[in-house]
Design a protein around this ligand. Sequence first.
Ligand code: FAD
Length: 501
Amino acid sequence: MGNFSALGGAEFDAAIIGGGIIGCGVARDLALRGLSVALIEKGDFGGATTAGSTRLIHGGLRYLEMLDFALVRMDLREREILLRNAPHLVKPLEFRIPFVGHSWFFQQKMRAGLCLYDLLSYDKSVPNHRFVSAAETMRDEPSLAREGCTGSASYYDAQVCLPERLALENVIDAERHGAIVRNYAEVVGVARSSGRIRALRARDVDSGEEAEVRAKVFVNATGPWFDRVSERMGAVQSRRIRTTKGIHLACAPMIQKANVLFSPVDGRLFFAIPLLGTTWISTTDTDFRDDPGGVRAGDGDIEYLLRSVEPFFPDVRRLALYSTSAGVRALVKRDGSESSVSRLHKVEQTEPGVVSILGGKITGYRAIAEDASDAVCKVLGVSANCSTAVLPLPGTGNAETLYGSRWSGVKALMEEYGSIGAEAVFAAREEYCSHLDDYMFRRAAHAFSPDFGASVAAEALRGLSRELGWDEARRAAEWGRVAAAAEKASVKSYPGIVPSL
Ligand SMILES: Cc1cc2nc3c(=O)[nH]c(=O)nc-3n(C[C@H](O)[C@H](O)[C@H](O)COP(=O)(O)OP(=O)(O)OC[C@H]3O[C@@H](n4cnc5c(N)ncnc54)[C@H](O)[C@@H]3O)c2cc1C
């Protein structure tokens, strides 16, 4: 934590632009290797694509169909590492593929795919796939359409309910190992000498203060902003990524299992999953060329998902829609339909002293960070091994809460601040939280509640105001940020009046 000017001190070995899951993973990996590291994120850690994801830790059955075996194997290996190293955040999840009016051929194809999935995850701790009778399928999932249901296939993957906290724990560990980390710090330009980048110009988004961040190597880990940031860094190159939008619907709870479904609209695979007390419907995949910061679910996206779910869960339109979320995938640029483009990442030195990360998934973030960190060490001529595959994240030790073993820190504050106030104050002291929405939506999961957290926001605001010394104007501004986020997520009913303290 500490002040912004710490970025402007001595030259770092590496300066990382972008604090999504991948940039946070690189910061941790390099710090653990003993390098001096700066991590610069223009919004909140994990607040962009990482927060806009489906929140699965999975090899991805769909990628088997695309014959992307290398991607699937890497992600199944990483799934196992995450189940071991972050059990408070990443949990096994049983999926069902219901057969509703599907042909014999379709069922055989699923059988072959699941056998291969089991083979590629030979080192897994979760059960193998199995086939489930129609009676058991209907018993386990009562709201599934009965007509034409001949049973289902069951297999396991994993879920990370709050990937924002997975990113955060990487940042916490990076800082513990000496990294200087800053959220709300935007890279706005670079300083060059002899044609080579020597420093980044970073601006504190809240105060406008600027710092020159000198480093030997720079890492572009800005996900869907990659081409925009490359341009800002003065790189002369054609577009390297293809950006596609995906949205989610968080509806009232209806389903019991994670369901893999195939859209009758266009045949695409999509999900209806239980997540944090909601039915979470995911996702679309359409080209999106605007600034990723402005992405949101449109009426057409919502209608597509509802039309896709309806034949399987006929009551879906009667469910209350709590909120929507959206994200922009960054895929290594290739032609073809959006869904056919590989999710496999690429790490390359795009100019001397600049390591670029293109594409990737949350599931493989640690391996991607390892590749990028190896590339940084190569440029620096340093020999240091990666240890993130075996070192647990800071909260490991108590899988009961999303805070893991760090929960004791929250508990110690409860008597003084109440339970929500304690979490908010802990977030401000220990978790780089400087805005009300940081706590509401990324340190905690209030965005998933039916009222988008309105019932607890006053207590959180009270705790943060006390801790951070906010006056009335600042409290109103903070309330406004949360209301704007609720509006963007299509929840119109957020209270307009700032609660008095
Ligand atoms: C709809 C959807 C569903 C998905 N579902 C899954 C899933 O279920 N499982 C899975 O494994 N993967 C999933 N993914 C993929 C996954 O979300 C991404 O691969 C991952 O989050 C990318 O992380 P990142 O760090 O590269 O990008 P981001 O999380 O976007 O981080 C990049 C960061 O760079 C910052 N930045 C940009 N410009 C600057 C600047 N000038 N200065 C400083 N910082 C800057 C941004 O603010 C941002 O926080 C999904 C993606 C989408 C869109």
